[in-house]
Unconditional design. Structure first.
Length: 85
Protein backbone atom coordinates (compact mmCIF):
# COMPACT_ATOMS: atom_id res chain seq x y z
CA UNK A 1 0.00 0.00 0.00
CA UNK A 2 2.78 2.41 0.91
CA UNK A 3 4.67 1.57 -2.28
CA UNK A 4 1.59 2.29 -4.41
CA UNK A 5 1.01 5.63 -2.68
CA UNK A 6 4.68 6.53 -3.13
CA UNK A 7 4.55 5.76 -6.86
CA UNK A 8 1.34 7.78 -7.27
CA UNK A 9 2.93 10.70 -5.41
CA UNK A 10 5.92 10.60 -7.75
CA UNK A 11 3.68 10.58 -10.83
CA UNK A 12 1.64 13.52 -9.53
CA UNK A 13 4.88 15.42 -8.78
CA UNK A 14 6.14 14.90 -12.32
CA UNK A 15 2.82 15.98 -13.83
CA UNK A 16 2.73 19.06 -11.60
CA UNK A 17 6.26 20.04 -12.69
CA UNK A 18 5.28 19.61 -16.34
CA UNK A 19 2.13 21.73 -15.96
CA UNK A 20 4.03 24.50 -14.15
CA UNK A 21 6.70 24.55 -16.87
CA UNK A 22 4.06 24.80 -19.61
CA UNK A 23 2.49 27.92 -18.07
CA UNK A 24 3.38 31.32 -19.40
CA UNK A 25 5.27 33.26 -16.68
CA UNK A 26 3.34 36.45 -17.46
CA UNK A 27 -0.08 34.84 -17.04
CA UNK A 28 -1.02 34.95 -20.71
CA UNK A 29 -1.96 31.33 -21.25
CA UNK A 30 0.31 28.54 -22.39
CA UNK A 31 3.98 29.32 -23.01
CA UNK A 32 4.88 29.46 -26.72
CA UNK A 33 7.96 27.30 -26.13
CA UNK A 34 5.71 24.26 -25.70
CA UNK A 35 3.39 24.93 -28.64
CA UNK A 36 1.28 27.44 -26.80
CA UNK A 37 0.49 29.61 -29.78
CA UNK A 38 -1.66 26.88 -31.33
CA UNK A 39 -3.41 26.14 -28.03
CA UNK A 40 -4.04 29.84 -27.41
CA UNK A 41 -5.54 30.20 -30.89
CA UNK A 42 -7.70 27.09 -30.46
CA UNK A 43 -8.93 27.77 -26.92
CA UNK A 44 -8.33 31.50 -26.64
CA UNK A 45 -5.73 32.96 -24.28
CA UNK A 46 -8.06 33.36 -21.30
CA UNK A 47 -9.59 29.90 -21.66
CA UNK A 48 -6.21 28.15 -21.89
CA UNK A 49 -5.15 30.01 -18.74
CA UNK A 50 -8.23 28.76 -16.91
CA UNK A 51 -7.63 25.15 -17.99
CA UNK A 52 -3.96 25.15 -17.01
CA UNK A 53 -4.73 26.87 -13.69
CA UNK A 54 -7.43 24.30 -12.84
CA UNK A 55 -5.08 21.45 -13.68
CA UNK A 56 -2.38 22.99 -11.48
CA UNK A 57 -4.74 23.38 -8.51
CA UNK A 58 -6.10 19.86 -8.99
CA UNK A 59 -2.64 18.32 -9.06
CA UNK A 60 -1.58 20.35 -6.01
CA UNK A 61 -4.64 19.12 -4.09
CA UNK A 62 -3.94 15.54 -5.20
CA UNK A 63 -0.33 15.85 -4.05
CA UNK A 64 -1.44 17.14 -0.65
CA UNK A 65 -3.95 14.31 -0.23
CA UNK A 66 -1.44 11.67 -1.30
CA UNK A 67 1.17 12.99 1.15
CA UNK A 68 -1.33 12.85 4.01
CA UNK A 69 -2.50 9.35 3.04
CA UNK A 70 1.08 8.11 2.76
CA UNK A 71 1.95 9.51 6.19
CA UNK A 72 -1.11 7.82 7.68
CA UNK A 73 -0.28 4.52 5.97
CA UNK A 74 3.31 4.59 7.27
CA UNK A 75 2.13 5.45 10.79
CA UNK A 76 -0.42 2.63 10.65
CA UNK A 77 2.23 0.10 9.66
CA UNK A 78 4.25 0.63 12.82
CA UNK A 79 6.24 3.60 11.57
CA UNK A 80 8.52 1.62 9.30
CA UNK A 81 8.25 1.15 5.58
CA UNK A 82 8.09 -2.56 4.73
CA UNK A 83 11.21 -3.90 3.09
CA UNK A 84 13.64 -1.53 4.82
CA UNK A 85 16.01 -2.11 7.66
Amino acid sequence: MVNLLTILTGIVCLLLMLVVLVQNPKGGGIDSTFGGSQANQMLGASRSTDVIEKITWGLAAALFALCVLTALAVAGSGGAVPGTI
